[in-house]
Design a protein around this ligand. Structure first.
Ligand SMILES: [Zn+2]
Length: 117
């Protein structure tokens, strides 16, 4: 397995995830944050240990795991937990997350969907 995720690769993927998660949640009427959780949980950068360090290297939120585990014991699968928390935070902080791709408004405020139907 190659292990060469660049910073550019990382942020391209985060942006695509932000948009695809938003679109999927909207199309299926899923909760945005539940969708984000599930998608990141199944992402190869979380599943495969080889990628976990790349995530920690590129993410400014590599300390986000302390929000879940702060003060407690470090989880067994620490590298994966840290990657998961970092990616989830990066996606949720991305400017496209939760925004309509057409009108750029938060999806809750946008009326594009109604025009389609
Ligand atoms: Zn819209």
């Amino acid at each position: 397995m190659t292990n060469d995720v660049t910073s550019q690769d990382y942020w391209t993927e985060i942006g695509e995830l932000a948009r695809s998660i938003t679109a999927e949640a909207r199309a299926n009427d899923y909760d945005l944050h539940d969708s984000c959780h599930e998608t990141i949980d199944g992402h190869q950068w979380v599943i495969y240990t080889a990628y976990n360090f790349d995530v920690a290297k590129h993410s400014p939120n590599d300390g986000a795991w302390t929000d879940l585990y702060g003060g407690g014991d470090v989880p067994e699968n620490f590298d994966a937990v840290r990657a998961f928390c970092a990616m989830q935070q990066d996606v949720m902080e991305h400017s496209d997350f939760g925004k309509c791709l057409v009108c750029d408004e938060p999806v809750d405020d946008c009326t594009c969907e109604e025009e389609d139907s």
